[in-house]
Write a protein that binds this ligand. Structure first.
Ligand code: MRU
Length: 340
């Protein structure tokens, strides 16, 4: 199912903050609405953020009343800057904006043609992501054996992409290929993407899923209940994989228990120009930690640290599953040279 659609200047996408209790649809008509949806995680997940970023710039083009291409380009730059300012870690957000702006800057033609080219480029990002996730699924499914139990963290599923998912894409492809697999989903505090979104998607699709709290991962691994770990990524740099907070801990646990730790991500998630130390980790508001939903669970005024992502050093990663190939540890040194 398509998670993001362009319909005559309006972007249609699920409001992920409402799931799993309510299947609400957002109709995003302005760049400001897109920025708000990204900031509040109504739209979330690295590959979906790439597509949303492209469509955000496309909305600016569609709504523009600019008389000259120079004026239009300036408006697109402003829209792109607003979108990029919403979240700092997932590189796809920046990549999506830059790809559409890059197209606009090199385009020669009138205002209306430029608008059409921008919208077309945004649509292309979405179409390509859908195809890439199927390819990731196919490449990764060969790593999964019949009967495997796979632990995943956060939501790297259909909801986090344009279609099919990355980590859950691999799981879906294995399941569709007839492998009888099971999934263990970490609930993923503080915003519960595992409980709200991964459990929802897999349950809906009939793929056996068992939900655990994050602090149960060590125990289930020590009991021999996990054969593989597969997660998505928000940014892959020369020396690490950034993903939802808690991923690093899961990777260390997998290493200790000799369980393969796989990352599934499209090439748009790679940023080999930088190292882990160069990446800004998003810090979110204290209420996400002091409350569960609307219920306060901590004393008023307690100090809170709420990083949304962490960096897993590549030494803990068994392989990275991409749309073109699977990168193993022997391939990782090339990342330092910026090569894929
Ligand atoms: O804060 P979120 O929900 O946007 O974080 C999402 C993740 O960390 C996902 O695991 C990642 O984007 C990969 S999605 C295919």
């Amino acid at each position: 199912m398509r998670m993001i659609k362009w319909q005559n200047g309006t972007v249609i996408t699920p409001d992920q903050t409402k799931l799993p209790l309510q299947e609400a649809t957002l109709e995003i008509k302005t760049v400001e609405q897109m920025a708000e949806a990204i900031k509040t995680l109504r739209v979330r997940g690295a590959p979906l953020l790439g597509a949303a970023a492209g469509f955000g710039v496309a909305i600016a083009a569609y709504r523009s009343k600019a008389k000259t291409t120079k004026q239009l380009l300036a408006e697109l730059e402003t829209a792109g800057a607003l979108i990029k300012a919403q979240r700092p870690t997932a590189v796809n957000l920046f990549w999506g904006v830059d790809r559409v702006l890059g197209k606009a800057k090199t385009f020669s033609g009138g205002v209306e043609e430029l608008k059409a080219a921008v919208i077309e480029e945004a649509q292309k990002i979405a179409d390509e992501d859908a195809a890439q996730n199927r390819a990731i699924g196919k490449n990764g499914s060969v790593l999964i054996e019949d009967g495997d139990t796979i632990l995943t963290h956060c939501n790297a599923g259909e909801l986090a992409t344009v279609e099919y998912g990355t980590a859950l894409g691999v799981i879906r492809a294995a399941w569709e290929g007839g492998k009888k697999i099971k999934v263990i989903a970490d609930e993923t505090r503080p915003l519960l993407q595992g409980a709200r979104l991964t459990a929802y998607e897999l349950k809906r699709d009939g793929i056996p899923v068992t939900l655990i709290t994050d602090n149960m991962a060590a125990h289930v691994m020590s009991k021999g209940l996990v054969d593989k770990v597969i997660v998505g990524a928000d940014r892959i740099v020369q020396d690490a994989v950034f993903n939802k907070i808690g991923t690093y801990g899961v990777a260390v646990l997998a290493h200790e228990h000799k369980i393969p730790f796989y990352v599934a991500a499209p090439k748009s998630t790679f940023d080999l120009s930088c190292k882990a130390a160069d990446v800004t980790i998003e810090e979110r508001k204290p209420e996400e930690v002091t409350h569960v939903g609307c219920q306060q669970t901590a004393p008023d005024g307690v100090a809170v640290y709420n990083p949304a992502f962490d960096a897993t050093p590549l030494k803990y990663v068994t392989a990275i599953i991409c749309e073109t190939k699977v990168y193993y540890s022997k391939d990782f040194p090339a990342f330092k040279k910026g090569k894929l």
